[in-house]
Design a protein around this ligand. Structure first.
Ligand code: ATP
Ligand code: MG
Length: 307
């Protein structure tokens, strides 16, 4: 197996396409204090495609999403949406850009004191001075799209977790976004509800042509919805490629893995959810090294204190 079969990072090949990417990330770095969470990450998302971002817990997926939506600023590097570098925009033009994308937060992020319909109406009431009767019709259309129209007058506490996600999605759709960002859309849902959310994401992509970035580590969901996938590891993109490439890597037998690179073996272990492999071996080695370093550091402090 060669790297040509499983491209480690294929964003370069997309720069030769005639259509510009809708999302263009270049050398994106984000540090919090001493910790580098993202390290010169580059990624393109083309119009109409669904990009699934995955990686171990704490690897920086949500941080990446927050940088993509402009709620965090990069330490260095850039995020362009619709050809506009987010860090170069005035507040007014940033607000215009933000009206063109929707976000589905992990919890649904609904206001508990407002009905489902009132929650869904919010983006339109906030942004665009539209007649309330038009807002009401748009709310009905969006609730129908996600299958919640008959629950419009319920409070968030009166609906299930899956329905909250769908309500959050209806709200994200209110301004007819060109891009939808999802953070763990199926986390905490039963398999059937999770599959329903996947079908909804697929339908939005196919019928409305919405471009999507979906953070998830639910593998069934990832392979159902993704056109392409990006696996994050240690702040970098370990592999970016078509979901078929990831699927082939996932389904290789052990006997077929002898020519895989270390990165490909790590991705394969993650995709297969296996307890043993280079990912876990590296993690325990890292922990041990950290542990030794902490002990070494404390020995020095104790030593110099006593001097
Ligand atoms: N505002 C912040 N200040 C300091 N550190 C932060 C901040 N936000 C995130 N981090 C750190 O960045 C790292 C990545 O966090 P992030 O939430 O992006 O991970 P994740 O991949 O989304 O994890 P999970 O799968 O558990 O949701 C973590 O170590 C976290 O502690
Ligand atoms: Mg997260």
């Amino acid at each position: 197996m060669t790297d040509a079969t499983f491209p480690e990072n294929e964003f370069d090949s997309h720069t030769t396409r005639s259509s510009a990417p809708l999302i263009r990330v270049r050398d994106l770095t984000k540090t919090f204090g001493e910790q580098t969470v993202l390290d010169r990450l580059s990624l393109d998302v083309m119009q109409g495609e669904t990009m699934v971002v995955m990686g171990g817990s704490g690897c920086g997926k949500s941080t990446f999403l927050r940088l993509l939506i402009g709620s965090l600023s990069p330490t260095s590097g850039s995020v362009e949406l619709f050809g506009h570098d987010l860090s170069q925009q005035s507040e007014a033009s940033l607000s215009q850009i933000k009206q063109q994308f929707g976000i589905l937060f992990q919890s649904g992020a609904l206001f508990n004191s407002m009905t489902v319909a009132e929650n869904v109406a919010l983006p339109m009431l906030e942004h665009s001075g539209v007649d309330p009767s038009v807002v009401a019709i748009q709310v009905k259309i969006k609730l129908e799209q996600v299958g919640l129209r008959e629950h419009a007058s319920k409070l968030p506490s009166q609906i299930s977790g899956g329905m909250k996600k769908r309500a959050g999605l209806a709200r994200a759709l209110m301004l007819d976004p060109k891009i939808l960002f999802y953070d763990e859309p199926s986390a905490g849902l039963d398999p059937v509800t999770s599959a329903e959310i996947d079908q909804l994401i697929l339908r939005l992509s196919r019928e409305l042509g919405v471009t999507s970035v979906v953070v998830t580590h639910e593998m069934n969901s990832a392979f159902t919805i993704a056109d392409r996938m990006c696996m994050l590891d240690k702040g970098c993109a370990l592999m970016i490629g078509a979901s078929e490439d990831f699927d082939r890597l996932r389904t290789l037998t052990s006997a077929e893995t002898s020519t895989l690179t270390e990165s490909q073996l790590i991705v394969r272990q993650f995709l297969r959810g296996e307890a043993d492999g280079p990912l876990t071996a590296r993690r325990s080695a890292d922990d041990y090294l950290d542990d030794l370093q902490v002990r070494e550091a404390s020995r020095i402090v104790v030593g110099s204190g006593g001097a």
